[in-house]
Write a protein that binds this ligand. Structure first.
Ligand SMILES: [Fe+2]
Length: 256
């Protein structure tokens, strides 16, 4: 189903499962390979070389990732994330602030949403790469830009991970635990597809094309007419009791 009206969104964002969205941003990205070629050299980039090759091959690739020919890099299995896109707006995301971030913030704002942090995150990966199994503290508007990825979560995440367990980060691992496939909610995303990923629900992402690029608009502390989602309320209650931990997880202990 596609969310085309703001009324639907204002109801559905409150609880899982994840759902497709159709937000028509007027933005054209540079080719993914060109963005990769730039971002791999930025000092804030994080990447992990994956694949079946032996340890030494992965070590050599890790060392050469920023300098080897780009044609070679794209044949390696890796996942890459960049959390501070303001560093690369001028070079490879020209107009992203004006054409994406400001219109989306305005769209939410005029419909009664508030938030405490709303920032884009860039993901690049190659075929065979998978993210970790994890949950985020933030709601994500996942926007598939280039290539194909499958976004896996659960129809009823509560069957696998309570809000409190999510807050304590009890999801994190390289692979998902054993689960009933019928409980899984897997959405294969083609270029242009979008998905709302509910905060504090476990998920993992697999790459299904030679190169894939997506952008997630990450919403921390999202609230509609003063009401947080239920899982976010549990997070707030935890932070009230543990104020030194408030807002630390997203920025210091990022999983992807
Ligand atoms: Fe995530």
């Amino acid at each position: 189903m596609t969310i085309t009206t703001p009324d639907d969104f204002a109801q559905r964002w409150r609880q899982p499962p994840n759902f497709p969205l159709d937000v028509a941003f007027d933005y054209t990205f540079l080719p993914a390979v060109d963005i990769l070629d730039h971002v791999r050299r930025d000092k804030e980039v994080r990447f992990t070389i994956l694949g079946d090759d032996d340890w030494q091959v992965r070590m050599d690739r890790t060392a050469a990732f920023r300098t080897a020919p780009i044609e070679e890099i794209v044949t390696w299995t890796f996942r890459l994330v960049h959390f501070d896109l303001s560093r690369i707006y001028d070079a490879v995301l020209h107009g992203f602030q004006e054409e994406v971030m400001i219109p989306w913030r305005t769209h939410l704002s005029v419909r009664g949403f508030t938030w405490q942090r709303l920032a884009p995150i860039l993901f690049l990966s190659t075929e065979g790469a998978a993210s970790t199994y994890h949950n985020d503290n933030s709601h994500g508007l996942v926007w598939q830009v280039h290539g194909v990825k499958t976004f896996h979560s659960y129809l009823d995440p509560g069957e696998y991970l309570s809000a409190d367990e999510a807050i304590m980060g009890e999801t994190t691992g390289e692979d998902p635990p054993e689960h009933d496939e019928a409980d899984r909610h897997s959405v294969t995303m083609q270029p242009g597809d979008q998905l709302w990923s509910h905060a504090l629900t476990p998920h993992w992402v697999t790459t299904e094309s030679p190169l894939a690029m997506s952008v997630t608009l990450s919403h921390g502390g999202l609230s509609h007419q003063g009401r947080f989602s239920d899982r976010e309320l549990a997070l707030r209650a935890y932070w009230d009791k543990n104020p030194a931990e408030a807002w630390t997880h997203d920025l210091r202990n990022v999983r992807y």
